[in-house]
Design a protein around this ligand. Structure first.
Ligand code: SF4
Length: 220
């Protein structure tokens, strides 16, 4: 009911106030909480279905994303599209966001201070969307969403569960796959797991019914 209320833009049902993504986007429009705000061309808020059951979280915008104000639209984003298509998930049915909403200069990793400044916005997005499954794309997303010092090469491919019951799959960032093509196979295996968990969420009947998607083959 809450998901439907949000989809319809309802703000007050049974005394509960729902923040929509548009509300959050408006609030952060002029954000200069950290130094990354000064260098941005566009703030990259995130995009997708406000009621998505599956959310993908990356590190931060690159040059193409900064120019267009959209997440994952450069070469790494195109690879992500192919990975999703290979497991029969469309970009429109998920929500895609980053740890930081403004581009770090030269595509460097955001500093802990920058990530810490921007994370409250991501947490508000999570509270609104309330996904059932989250894919953490890369070490930065894992570090700031889960914590700890374990490397992404160790944790990828293994399901984690948040205190609120969200299933979390860490995997490599698509940009890392462009540099290390040998990592495509493990990512393909990770997304097969994601697809199965996601299908169980959207269609929890014993066999997944007619919504069970067919395996198509690895993304190239
Ligand atoms: S990166 Fe986040 S916290 Fe920093 S200025 Fe941009 S929106 Fe604000």
């Amino acid at each position: 009911m809450e998901q439907e209320a949000r989809r319809l833009g309802a703000k007050d049902i049974s005394g509960v106030i729902f923040l929509t993504l548009a509300d959050i986007r408006r609030e952060m429009d002029d954000c200069q909480t950290c130094g990354l705000g000064r260098g941005r061309r566009n703030l990259v808020f995130g995009e997708g279905d406000e009621a998505a059951r599956l959310m993908l979280i990356g590190e931060g915008p690159g040059a193409d994303e900064d120019r267009l104000g959209r997440p994952f639209v450069g070469a790494a984003g195109q690879l992500l599209d192919r990975i999703l298509a290979a497991v029969d998930i469309t970009r429109e049915e998920v929500y895609i966001a980053n740890v930081v909403k403004c581009r770090p200069p030269g595509n460097r990793t955001p500093s802990p201070a920058e990530a810490g400044a921007c994370l409250p916005w991501l947490f508000r997005q999570l509270e609104t969307i309330r996904p059932a499954v989250i894919v953490l794309l890369g070490a930065t997303a894992f570090k700031y969403l889960i914590g700890g010092t374990t490397g992404i090469t160790v944790v990828r491919g293994k399901w984690l569960t948040t205190k609120s019951g969200i299933a979390v799959m860490p995997t490599y960032h698509p940009a890392a796959l462009l540099r290390n093509p040998g990592w495509k196979k493990p990512v393909w295996e990770d997304f097969q797991q994601v697809r199965d968990r996601y299908n169980d969420v959207i269609d929890p009947t014993p066999k997944g019914g007619g919504l069970r998607r067919k395996l198509q083959g690895p993304a190239s």
